[in-house]
Design a protein around this ligand. Structure first.
Ligand code: GDP
Ligand code: MG
Length: 179
Protein backbone atom coordinates (compact mmCIF):
# COMPACT_ATOMS: atom_id res chain seq x y z
CA UNK A 1 0.00 0.00 0.00
CA UNK A 2 0.95 3.65 -0.18
CA UNK A 3 1.91 3.62 3.51
CA UNK A 4 4.93 1.49 2.79
CA UNK A 5 6.17 3.81 0.04
CA UNK A 6 9.09 5.84 1.32
CA UNK A 7 9.57 9.09 -0.50
CA UNK A 8 13.06 10.53 -0.76
CA UNK A 9 13.54 14.28 -1.06
CA UNK A 10 16.84 15.97 -1.71
CA UNK A 11 17.22 19.68 -1.00
CA UNK A 12 20.14 22.05 -1.37
CA UNK A 13 20.07 24.56 1.48
CA UNK A 14 22.18 27.74 1.67
CA UNK A 15 23.34 29.53 4.81
CA UNK A 16 24.05 33.17 4.12
CA UNK A 17 25.09 36.23 6.11
CA UNK A 18 28.01 38.35 7.24
CA UNK A 19 31.24 36.80 8.47
CA UNK A 20 31.20 35.77 12.14
CA UNK A 21 27.42 35.64 12.62
CA UNK A 22 27.53 31.88 13.29
CA UNK A 23 26.71 30.24 9.96
CA UNK A 24 29.28 27.45 10.32
CA UNK A 25 28.39 27.01 14.01
CA UNK A 26 24.70 26.58 13.14
CA UNK A 27 25.50 23.88 10.59
CA UNK A 28 27.85 22.08 12.99
CA UNK A 29 25.29 22.16 15.79
CA UNK A 30 22.49 20.91 13.54
CA UNK A 31 24.45 18.20 11.72
CA UNK A 32 27.12 17.11 14.23
CA UNK A 33 25.71 18.36 17.61
CA UNK A 34 28.95 20.17 18.19
CA UNK A 35 29.83 23.75 19.20
CA UNK A 36 33.15 25.49 19.73
CA UNK A 37 33.94 29.02 20.94
CA UNK A 38 36.74 29.10 18.40
CA UNK A 39 35.97 30.26 14.89
CA UNK A 40 35.16 26.84 13.46
CA UNK A 41 36.68 25.87 10.13
CA UNK A 42 34.15 26.37 7.37
CA UNK A 43 32.57 23.29 5.86
CA UNK A 44 34.52 24.26 2.74
CA UNK A 45 33.72 23.92 -0.91
CA UNK A 46 31.52 20.95 -0.11
CA UNK A 47 28.29 20.60 1.83
CA UNK A 48 27.30 18.91 5.06
CA UNK A 49 24.73 16.13 4.69
CA UNK A 50 21.82 15.80 7.11
CA UNK A 51 19.24 13.06 6.75
CA UNK A 52 15.90 13.62 8.53
CA UNK A 53 13.01 11.23 8.84
CA UNK A 54 10.37 13.91 8.30
CA UNK A 55 7.42 11.58 8.87
CA UNK A 56 6.64 7.93 8.31
CA UNK A 57 6.58 8.32 4.54
CA UNK A 58 9.18 10.97 3.93
CA UNK A 59 12.94 10.97 4.25
CA UNK A 60 14.53 14.35 3.64
CA UNK A 61 18.19 14.71 2.71
CA UNK A 62 19.68 18.16 3.07
CA UNK A 63 22.85 19.26 1.37
CA UNK A 64 23.73 22.24 3.54
CA UNK A 65 26.15 24.58 1.80
CA UNK A 66 28.41 26.70 3.96
CA UNK A 67 30.42 29.56 2.54
CA UNK A 68 34.20 29.36 2.41
CA UNK A 69 34.71 32.98 3.45
CA UNK A 70 33.48 34.53 0.19
CA UNK A 71 30.90 36.41 2.25
CA UNK A 72 33.73 38.80 3.14
CA UNK A 73 33.75 40.03 -0.45
CA UNK A 74 29.97 40.49 -0.37
CA UNK A 75 29.47 38.29 -3.40
CA UNK A 76 29.12 34.56 -3.80
CA UNK A 77 29.70 32.61 -6.99
CA UNK A 78 26.68 31.61 -9.05
CA UNK A 79 27.52 27.92 -8.46
CA UNK A 80 26.67 28.49 -4.82
CA UNK A 81 23.12 29.60 -5.62
CA UNK A 82 22.47 27.12 -8.43
CA UNK A 83 19.68 24.60 -7.76
CA UNK A 84 19.11 25.84 -4.23
CA UNK A 85 15.80 24.71 -2.68
CA UNK A 86 15.89 26.88 0.41
CA UNK A 87 17.95 29.45 2.25
CA UNK A 88 18.69 30.61 5.76
CA UNK A 89 19.95 34.15 6.31
CA UNK A 90 21.71 34.76 9.62
CA UNK A 91 22.56 37.87 11.59
CA UNK A 92 24.24 38.33 14.98
CA UNK A 93 21.99 40.09 17.51
CA UNK A 94 25.04 41.55 19.25
CA UNK A 95 26.19 43.35 16.07
CA UNK A 96 23.52 45.59 14.53
CA UNK A 97 25.59 46.03 11.37
CA UNK A 98 25.05 42.38 10.49
CA UNK A 99 21.26 42.96 10.53
CA UNK A 100 21.63 45.93 8.20
CA UNK A 101 23.45 43.68 5.69
CA UNK A 102 20.63 41.13 5.70
CA UNK A 103 18.75 43.05 2.99
CA UNK A 104 21.81 42.90 0.73
CA UNK A 105 22.02 39.12 1.12
CA UNK A 106 18.29 38.64 0.51
CA UNK A 107 18.48 40.75 -2.65
CA UNK A 108 21.45 38.76 -3.89
CA UNK A 109 19.62 35.50 -3.16
CA UNK A 110 16.57 36.67 -5.10
CA UNK A 111 18.55 37.99 -8.06
CA UNK A 112 20.76 34.91 -8.42
CA UNK A 113 18.02 32.34 -7.92
CA UNK A 114 15.75 34.16 -10.39
CA UNK A 115 18.51 33.83 -12.98
CA UNK A 116 19.36 30.22 -12.21
CA UNK A 117 16.24 28.48 -10.89
CA UNK A 118 12.66 28.05 -11.96
CA UNK A 119 10.97 29.22 -8.81
CA UNK A 120 11.50 31.45 -5.80
CA UNK A 121 13.42 29.92 -2.92
CA UNK A 122 11.85 29.89 0.56
CA UNK A 123 13.99 31.75 3.06
CA UNK A 124 13.98 32.10 6.84
CA UNK A 125 15.84 34.63 8.97
CA UNK A 126 17.83 33.68 12.07
CA UNK A 127 18.66 36.13 14.85
CA UNK A 128 21.64 34.21 16.25
CA UNK A 129 23.65 34.39 19.51
CA UNK A 130 20.53 35.04 21.59
CA UNK A 131 22.34 33.39 24.52
CA UNK A 132 24.37 36.63 24.77
CA UNK A 133 21.69 39.29 24.65
CA UNK A 134 17.93 39.94 24.67
CA UNK A 135 16.21 41.10 21.53
CA UNK A 136 14.53 44.40 22.32
CA UNK A 137 12.32 44.92 19.31
CA UNK A 138 10.51 41.75 18.23
CA UNK A 139 7.83 43.79 16.43
CA UNK A 140 10.42 45.44 14.22
CA UNK A 141 11.80 42.07 13.08
CA UNK A 142 8.25 40.68 12.61
CA UNK A 143 7.49 43.59 10.33
CA UNK A 144 10.80 43.35 8.48
CA UNK A 145 10.30 39.65 7.82
CA UNK A 146 6.76 40.17 6.52
CA UNK A 147 7.78 43.06 4.28
CA UNK A 148 10.75 41.25 2.75
CA UNK A 149 9.21 37.91 1.86
CA UNK A 150 10.64 35.61 4.50
CA UNK A 151 8.74 32.51 5.61
CA UNK A 152 9.41 33.45 9.23
CA UNK A 153 12.22 34.14 11.71
CA UNK A 154 13.69 32.48 14.80
CA UNK A 155 15.81 33.54 17.73
CA UNK A 156 18.63 31.01 17.77
CA UNK A 157 21.71 30.05 19.68
CA UNK A 158 24.15 27.70 18.02
CA UNK A 159 25.93 27.56 21.38
CA UNK A 160 22.90 26.41 23.41
CA UNK A 161 21.24 24.58 20.51
CA UNK A 162 18.19 26.83 20.78
CA UNK A 163 15.63 26.72 17.94
CA UNK A 164 18.19 25.34 15.48
CA UNK A 165 16.17 22.16 14.82
CA UNK A 166 12.93 24.18 14.75
CA UNK A 167 14.36 26.48 12.10
CA UNK A 168 15.42 23.61 9.84
CA UNK A 169 12.10 21.79 10.38
CA UNK A 170 10.25 24.92 9.34
CA UNK A 171 12.38 25.34 6.23
CA UNK A 172 11.91 21.67 5.32
CA UNK A 173 8.11 22.01 5.54
CA UNK A 174 8.25 25.06 3.32
CA UNK A 175 10.51 23.37 0.76
CA UNK A 176 8.20 20.35 0.63
CA UNK A 177 5.28 22.71 -0.09
CA UNK A 178 7.04 24.56 -2.90
CA UNK A 179 8.74 21.49 -4.42
P1 GDP B 1 30.50 32.35 10.38
O1 GDP B 1 31.66 33.20 9.96
O2 GDP B 1 29.21 33.01 10.07
O3 GDP B 1 30.57 30.95 9.85
O4 GDP B 1 30.53 32.26 11.98
P2 GDP B 1 31.15 31.11 12.92
O5 GDP B 1 30.24 29.94 12.96
O6 GDP B 1 32.55 30.88 12.49
O7 GDP B 1 31.07 31.79 14.37
C1 GDP B 1 31.81 32.96 14.66
C2 GDP B 1 32.06 33.04 16.18
O8 GDP B 1 30.82 33.19 16.85
C3 GDP B 1 32.72 31.77 16.75
O9 GDP B 1 33.63 32.18 17.75
C4 GDP B 1 31.56 31.01 17.35
O10 GDP B 1 31.97 30.21 18.44
C5 GDP B 1 30.65 32.15 17.80
N1 GDP B 1 29.22 31.77 17.81
C6 GDP B 1 28.51 31.26 16.78
N2 GDP B 1 27.22 31.06 17.14
C7 GDP B 1 27.12 31.46 18.44
C8 GDP B 1 26.02 31.51 19.38
O11 GDP B 1 24.87 31.16 19.12
N3 GDP B 1 26.32 32.03 20.62
C9 GDP B 1 27.58 32.43 20.97
N4 GDP B 1 27.76 32.90 22.21
N5 GDP B 1 28.62 32.40 20.10
C10 GDP B 1 28.39 31.93 18.85
MG1 MG C 1 31.97 30.12 8.57
Amino acid sequence: GSDSTLQDHLFKVLIIGESGVGKTSIIKQYVYNYFSEQHPANIGADYALKVEKYNKNKVVKLHIWDTAGEEQTGDMASAYYKNASGAIIVFDITRYGTFKEVTKWKNQLETKTAQLNDSAVPCILLANKCDLQEIEDHDKIDEYVTDHGYTTWFETSAKNNLHIDDAFQCLISQMLLTE
